[in-house]
Design a protein around this ligand. Sequence first.
Ligand SMILES: [Fe+2]
Ligand SMILES: [Fe+2]
Length: 185
Amino acid sequence: MYATQDLRDEHEGIKVALTVLERLAKEIEANRPVSLDDLGQIVDFLKMFADRCHHGKEEDLLFPALEAAGVPRENGPIGAMLADHTQGREYIRAMNDALTGIPVDRKAFAVAAHGYTQLLTNHIEKENNVLFVMAERQLSPEEHATLAEGFERIERERIGPGVHERYHAMLKRLEDEYLTPPEGS
Ligand SMILES: [Fe+2]
Ligand SMILES: [Fe+2]
């Protein structure tokens, strides 16, 4: 199995969070009340799961392995992905600042949330369809096995045992609450 499958699975989880985030940003723009607690949980998920853990696996292990296999970093797909990660961190900081301000800056939150959603949706498409395909074609089965081990280690070290499961339960709750139509509709 390709090590990239783990990253593809994580992309699906991140996409659920992005869809809920986009939905809540639209509610804010329509001046309707939203759960600040849920917004806080989504920002925490993006910070810890998407950036610290998922982007950590890519930056510390996958991208260097691709570079070693001859994929260019500067002016190439790896550099472009790194630039997206950096810009994403700025959006996360902006969402966090808007949410922890007194009073909460709902408008600034919505602007940063839209920016982040757009950036990361495109980013995930590019990785799934271009960069991961390169990794699947160019890295050997041994390299994929080494990457997979490294991914597990990063998961343990950066977010700790059991936390992944907790995030998946949170995504399921958000999905049920915001994305599943009520029975009978
Ligand atoms: Fe990425
Ligand atoms: Fe990714």
